[in-house]
Every structure is written in C-alpha cells, then in structure tokens.
Design a protein around this ligand. Structure first.
Ligand SMILES: [Fe+2]
Ligand SMILES: [Fe+2]
Length: 266
C-alpha cells in the first residue's frame, strides 16, 4: 500500500466505517454489582474528568469532520466523533446506573486549528490506549472487579484500537499526500504532538493526583507485575488487538518502539 494515495484513503476510511458497531449504552450487558464494588468505584477520582474528556473529543472531532472537504474522510471523522460521544454517554449511563456521583465540567471553547487538535488528541489516544490494553488484561486476571463488568468494557476498548489504527493511517495519509518538501514538516509536527502528550502525562505522574486517565487507573491497580512484564503485556495486547484488521493498514509504531526500547534497559 502506498500511503497518501486515494486507495490508501479508501482503505482506512472504509475499514473504519465497516467495523463500526451500532449499539446504545443501555443495550450493553450491565451486571448487577454488590455494594462493595460500587463503593470502590465511587472512590475512583477520575469520573468527572473522563466524561469531560470524551465529550471534548466528540466536540472537537465533530467540528473537524465538518471542516474536512473530502466526503469520505469527513464521514469517517464524524463516525469517530460519534463513537467518542457515545463513550461519554456510556460512562454517564454507567455512573447513573450504579449511583456513582459525578459533576459535569463546563465545556471548553474549541481551538482554532482543528487539524492540529486531532493530531494532538490522536497522539494522546495512542499513548493512553497502549497502556489501557495491558491494564484491561491485568484486570481480567485480578479479582478486583467482577469479570462481567470488565467484559462490558471490552467493546469500548476495542473501539479505541480501531481509533488508533485510523489515526495512524490518517497521519500517514496527511503526510504523504502533501508535496515532498512539506512531508518532513508534518513528520516533525507529529513527533511534537506525541512529545507534548507524553510530557503532559508524565507531569500527571509527577504531581500524583493529576488527571490522566491511564496513570490514575494504573495507580489504583495493585498489580504484582514488574514494569518490564507490564510493558511486554502492553506490547502483546497492542499487537493482538490490531491483528484482526486488514494487513495493508499501517500499525501505530512510535509508542510500541519507545516502550520496547525502554524495556530493553529494564
Ligand atoms: Fe474514547
Ligand atoms: Fe478514541
């Protein structure tokens, strides 16, 4: 597959549209939870932030999809926006269902450069998903939460796998459909987007009690895995979750490579 060609665009947009699963939050197989589990979930400090983040991504991506002139790209972007909005709705449904209190944070004004915005939220999503895939696997093995509740999360996490696959191919499409001399600029912008998102997550880790979803979740999970085993698990899970999709689509490489390199020194 030659990236940046109309065939490439057709491939990654069609893959995304064709693998979309229509469902409503209330149709998911929500289990009955005991008071102990609900208390534990109430203690999670991330709910306000998680709902707010998904909602913001929905708004930014919807606006960007309306700005995109290409009808197929616009359709795929609008669908990803819809799925992000559905993530917010699923979270809200879950919180209401189990009586977990949360406060809706006010919506922020949309940034001017929506393409950069998608690049930057996309980079963040690649980082978060990498760890979330490993984290979900650990949760399945631990007795911390009922397996039925983790199973409800499964299609949502797989949706994030589709998102990062779409984002990676969208990035390559944007880069290689540009004139040759502008491609390095796009590459540097992409690196910067990843650097910025990575730094903001590291800052969260530093000021424990920060807001990053991944890191907070990881903090709450008393896993007995060593960092090296955890990274290996994430690497395997990333590969496994993306294996199902068309081989011609480019896989996200940057985060797996960086984490692979870190693992080499651990
Ligand atoms: Fe999401
Ligand atoms: Fe997403």
């Amino acid at each position: 597959m030659i990236y940046g060609t109309p065939e490439h665009k057709e491939l990654f947009c069609r893959f995304f549209i064709d693998t979309h699963r229509p469902f409503r939050p209330e149709e998911l197989p929500w289990p009955d939870l005991g008071p102990e589990t609900i208390e534990k979930l109430k203690g999670f400090p991330i709910w306000d932030y998680a709902v707010h983040t998904e909602r913001q991504v929905f708004l930014k991506l919807s606006a960007y999809s309306r700005e995109e002139k290409d009808p197929l790209l616009s359709e795929a972007l609008a669908l990803q926006a819809y799925e992000e909005g559905r993530h917010a709705d699923i979270l809200k449904y879950f919180l209401h269902r189990y009586g977990i209190p949360f406060t809706e944070m006010p919506e922020k004004r949309l940034p001017k450069n929506l393409e950069w915005c998608f690049m930057s939220t996309g980079a963040g999503e690649c980082i978060d998903s990498f760890f979330a895939f490993g984290f979900l696997e650990i949760s399945k093995g631990s007795q911390d939460y009922p397996l039925d509740l983790i199973k409800v999360m499964e299609p949502i996490v797989q949706e994030e796998a589709r998102h990062i696959l779409f984002i990676q191919n969208w990035l390559l499409y944007q880069r290689y459909s540009r004139p040759l001399h502008l491609q390095p600029v796009h590459y540097l912008q992409t690196l910067y987007a990843f650097f910025e998102s990575g730094m903001s997550r590291l800052m969260d880790l530093k000021n424990l009690g920060g807001t990053s979803f991944t890191i907070q979740a990881r903090e709450h999970e008393k896993s007995s895995l060593s960092p090296k085993d955890f990274i290996n698990l994430c690497l395997n899970e990333n590969k496994r979750r993306l294996d199902a999709y068309d081989r011609r689509l480019a896989r996200p490489k940057l985060i797996p490579r960086i984490m692979g390199a870190i693992n080499f020194f651990l």
